[in-house]
Write a protein that binds this ligand. Structure first.
Ligand code: 13P
Ligand code: SF4
Length: 354
């Protein structure tokens, strides 16, 4: 839908008034009406790096979800303030691993006598508490664009990996990139005693996958892949690694949002693509590449927007920018010092991956 011209003008004026004091970051899943005001766009890895590379901006307005804004706060200087235009923009996957649950899991691993061999690897899509747990126990953060390198690093540090909170990214990376088998992976369910696993199962496993998933990507199915191949002969199926293993195994290409964009940029005219990721991005790509003769379709029409990403809309962005321009610091995301120290350790290990 076209953006309200009055709001567009107000956002432009507020942003101009703030000048270099503000830097606006936009994740690829954001609405078009918001993305037009982003100084940079990116996947979660690129945005984390870009946030850290702007020490002169007093305000970082993060158009994305809560865990991304927390990571930006951790990676920016103490003088910089990170603002999330709607505090209700969370991530259901990140909410699937709480600090208490993860501490309990570590006790279970300790009881089974394996905690010393386990290196935690946490997906960026996790709270600052989980990142701090990861840093404290010698682990690293990863995103969908560096999960392979993170696992290679982790298996140099220890014999087993505890991967949180996305079981699909963990399993897909272990099987596709590390040569592990599905039998090397077990799923730890935080809602069952001992994660629903016996000590023997834990000792035999190489990958202990947290039972979390993305509610958007989890809806793509093997049927969606088979159907699109039937409907569009010669189509290239390109999906995000948060999709289920069977979907990823049936796809032609797999990668982060940034990877998806690059793949389409490099694609020849006349090629056809079915994309398995969030709808705002797929629509934008379909519109952008149609004039070049590249056909881009959504992998499954029943899958929809990420509802929390969509909470950041133009009215919220205008409100945040106008408030900042008037000297009112609203919706600041600030991680406490102790959590920040350990979480930063884990994030810096990620940024130092080869
Ligand atoms: P990317 O790092 O690929 O942008 O993914 C972030 C995300 O939340 C996917 O659901
Ligand atoms: Fe979280 Fe999924 Fe939305 Fe990404 S798409 S922010 S993982 S709920």
């Amino acid at each position: 839908s076209p953006s309200d011209p009055d709001l567009v003008e107000r956002a432009r004026v507020a942003k101009e008034k703030l000048g270099d004091k503000v830097f606006v970051l936009g994740h690829h899943y954001q609405r078009d009406e918001v993305i037009q005001f982003a100084d940079v766009t990116g996947d979660s890895f690129k945005l984390a790096r870009d946030a850290a590379a702007r020490p002169e901006a007093e305000y970082i307005v993060f158009c994305g979800v809560h865990f991304m804004a927390e990571s930006a706060d951790i990676l920016t200087t103490d003088a910089q303030k990170v603002v999330l235009p709607d505090l209700a923009a969370g991530c259901s996957m990140a909410d699937m691993a709480t600090a208490e649950q993860v501490a309990e899991c570590w006790d279970v691993l300790t009881e089974a006598g394996i905690a010393e061999q386990v290196v935690p690897v946490s997906y960026m899509n996790s709270s600052a508490d989980i990142k701090a747990f990861t840093g404290k126990h010698g682990g690293t953060i990863c995103t969908s664009s560096n999960a392979k390198r993170a696992l290679e690093w982790a298996f140099q540090q220890g014999e087993k990996v505890l991967f949180l909170p996305d079981q699909h990214l963990g399993r897909n990376t272990a099987v596709r990139d590390m040569g592990l088998s599905l039998d090397d992976c077990v799923v730890y369910n935080p809602h069952r005693p001992n994660g629903g696993l016996t000590a023997e199962e834990l000792r035999a496993a190489k990958m202990i996958l947290w039972r979390g998933h993305c509610s958007v990507h989890g809806r793509f199915s093997l049927d969606s892949v088979n159907d699109v191949r039937e409907r569009i002969p010669g189509v290239n199926v390109l999906v995000h690694p948060e999709c289920k293993h069977e979907v990823v195994a049936a796809a032609d290409y797999v990668g982060s949002t940034e990877y998806i964009i690059k793949a389409l940029e490099a694609a020849p005219a006349g090629s056809k693509w079915a994309i398995g990721t969030e709808l705002n991005l797929v629509r934008r790509l379909a519109n952008r590449f149609a004039p070049e003769g590249k056909e881009v379709v959504f992998l499954d029409k029943t899958v929809c927007f990420c509802s929390t990403m969509n909470r950041i809309d133009l009215p919220h962005l205008v409100w945040a920018l106008e408030s900042l321009a008037e000297g009112n610091l609203v919706n600041r995301i600030e991680v406490d010092k102790e959590t920040e120290g350990y979480a930063k350790l884990a994030l810096e290990r990620m940024l130092a991956l080869p």
